[in-house]
Design a protein around this ligand. Structure first.
Ligand code: GTP
Length: 251
């Protein structure tokens, strides 16, 4: 925490902030709160100290501290976005998706909850790149990403997990509900009005889906089943949904 502060705000602001903390602590005002500082939750502890210190520190110093804390908050939010967003489509990225999937699997194991996982791959995307170049392909990716986002519920998670591959996590969903959402996505993408250089492009995706439920839920198994289902959808002619339910979900 101290290193990050030094790096971003330089020596003088860091010294100022540390001095401020020392004054507050030595005045006995922040006793009991210091474990939060040690715990690393700088923002929360700094806010608490800031609220308690106006009586002993001048308003100017309090203002500076508030600015510092708010900048730290913004820096933290920007960093979080950089780490978890795909910059092209503004969807979540693979890292975020895998973390969320892992948490959802743990939830299923602990509480017997269920959800559906889908992997969506654009059909014949290479031909679009070959014909219109990488920038043209990027434009199509953005439009498909938008369609993906607006085809699901707020509680669902959508991410771009590879070049022309997206993943969906349908929370607390039966396979039937998730299947309906995926079918809706297929239709929506089929009817997208995508044009590059005024040429209308037929766009479609293939979807592989599986369900995850109960104490035997496993991340690697879930990804493998969804991948295999996607492979089946591609092999069966593309532009379709294939489902491979896990043994636990069908039991
Ligand atoms: N424009 C663009 N293209 C990408 C990006 N990432 C991967 N690609 C392209 O995606 C294409 C994927 O091609 P393939 O794996 O052959 O897949 P496909 O042509 O969609 O074929 P099927 O999956 O069998 O339907 C390649 O041309 C990659 O260069 C990206 O970020 N932007």
């Amino acid at each position: 925490m101290l290193k990050a502060c030094l790096h971003r705000y330089g020596i003088w602001l860091t010294v100022f902030f540390v001095t401020l903390l020392s004054i507050a602590v030595s005045a006995g005002i922040a006793s009991g709160m210091t474990y939060w500082v040690l715990d690393g939750s700088m923002t929360r502890s700094a806010w608490i100290i800031t609220l308690l210190t106006p009586a002993v520190i001048s308003p100017v110093m309090t203002y500076i501290t508030l600015r510092l804390v708010s900048e730290l908050d913004q820096a933290h939010t920007r960093l979080h976005e950089l780490i978890h967003r795909d910059h092209l489509t503004e969807l979540h990225n693979r890292r975020y998706f895998m973390q969320t999937l892992h948490a959802e699997i743990e939830q299923a194991k602990a509480h017997g909850t269920s959800f559906a996982l889908a992997i969506v791959d654009i059909d014949n995307f290479k031909t679009i790149n070959d014909r219109f170049g990488h920038l043209g392909g990027d434009e199509v990716l953005k439009q498909i990403a938008h369609a993906c986002r607006s085809s699901v519920r707020d509680t669902d998670v959508v991410a771009r997990i590879g070049g022309e591959e997206f993943a969906f996590l349908f929370r607390a969903s039966s396979l039937a509900v998730a299947q309906e959402l995926a079918q809706r996505l297929l239709i929506r993408i089929r009817h997208l009005d995508v044009r590059l250089q005024d040429v209308p492009l037929p766009i479609s995706v293939s979807i592989g889906m599986t369900s995850v439920a109960g104490p035997t839920a496993d991340l690697a198994d879930a990804m493998r089943l969804a991948d295999n289902a996607l492979y089946a959808a591609k092999s069966a002619g593309k532009d379709r949904l294939e489902i491979l339910a896990s043994a636990a979900a069908t039991a």
